[in-house]
Write a protein that binds this ligand. Sequence first.
Ligand code: ME8
Length: 507
Amino acid sequence: MADPYYITTAISYPNGRPHIGHAYEAIAADAIARYHRQAGRDVRFQTGTDEHGLKMVQTARDRGVETRALADEMSGYFREMDDRLNISYDRFIRTVEEDHHAASRAIWEAMAAAGDLYLDRYEGWYSVRDEAFYDEKELVDGEGGAKLSPQGTPVEWTAEETWFFRLSKYQQPLLDHYAAHPEFIQPDARRNEILRFVEGGLSDLSVSRTSFDWGVKVPGSDGHVMYVWVDALTNYLTGVGYPTSLGKYWPADLHLIGKDIVRFHAVYWPAFLMSAKIALPKQVFGHGFLLNRGEKMSKSVGNVTDPIELIDRFGVDPLRYFLLREVSFGQDGSYSEDAIVTRCNADLANNLGNLAQRCLSIIAKNGAAVPEAGEATSAEEELVERVRAAEAEMRSAMSDLALHTALEAVWAASRDANVYFADQAPWSVRKTDPARADTILYYAAEAVRRIAIMARWAIPESADKLLDLLGQGGDVRNFDALNRPIASGTPLPAPSGVFPRLEMEAA
Ligand code: ME8
């Protein structure tokens, strides 16, 4: 039986349409999910939308629509974006779904049974934009003396009767867990922030609201709905069948989220789980933010990028490749039209695409089947060695979630294969030594096959096209197929370009 691997993204607030930051997270999680599938793991991948909370209520009110109607419409756009991006989710969860409400009630009851919930009056600061409570000492001064959250969002004074969760009780258990499992929070910069925060002391957390009713009803407590983060985090359990069972996918291997919501995932969530006596996820990874030409995206600046526009303009795989290759995974990254064009033309069109095109078009004119390989010279041995080394580097980088480093290694092999091809010049060797030319073409085709398999988790559609052109069936596209070389005599279809050159838009 294959080893289970459960990966989740954050579930997005559907109070507006998705932006490129949402696309980035989906792409990164999808790449990791696909990588593990190719490596033979039994992968479960969940994403979705987080539809409760005051932000949804207020946005719907501002737009003059029902909250549910807003959620339905906007959640649909997130799902459409995922489908356009080839996100291979197993479930797209919506927190309005009945099984999710049942799971949320169950974890609530488990926390109550542990004696960790009590009624009291909450008075303090709340940011609707972040859906987060903040201690007075965390607030910063904004323009005109306005108080802002540490994320720079407006806060309002809130006073109401609510249920509290005994978060303070979990300070030491959390610190012990972080110490015993240094990999629990990654990257290290995020881990250090959380350590400092928890070491500073934890106040009990307000976990229900009475001023609105859009959410999961608190069992046995009329007028209370759960604080949106309680139900939102529980989505990870809903997806594996909780409370009926936790199934084979729990504990999750990876919660992939953005750096702004690490506190919820690395402090509140493990505390809820400890209270409910459920095993903790293995890792929370807080990726960086995407910046538009180095600047934070914001509606007021008017630089929020619609991912659908980028897909229409550049294509899905170029966009995926750019984001995965260009951003050092875990850090912030910047995108711009010229950076996308430059990176994709260099690596996709001029490098891998060029090699495949040249090699396959010569083969097409000479029998349209994978040629026979004669004896390898040191040039072939070196090429084989480099491609193998790239595989080892890719695997090692991926075990640290260094997605960009993994792709860098694969593309270094592609560059080496291009150099091999140009040096060996099979088109000219053919005039004097056709058998030697066949050997060169065989090794070049084999290199393209391997590179396509190694790149497939990042650029699935293009890699599959390359593998189609190499006559490879659907059953030989995973990493185990790297151990079996391409067979001479495999008939090949007529070649066609896989990576069109991207053009800059005329100024
Ligand atoms: O936080 N670059 O939802 P959300 C990269 N509902 N990632 C970004 C980004 C950017 N510019 N902007 C946002 C929520 N993100 C909650 C999550 S999970 C149980 C509940 C990331 O729609 C952000 O960090 O505000 C988060 O991981 C995801 O997009 C959804 O953000």
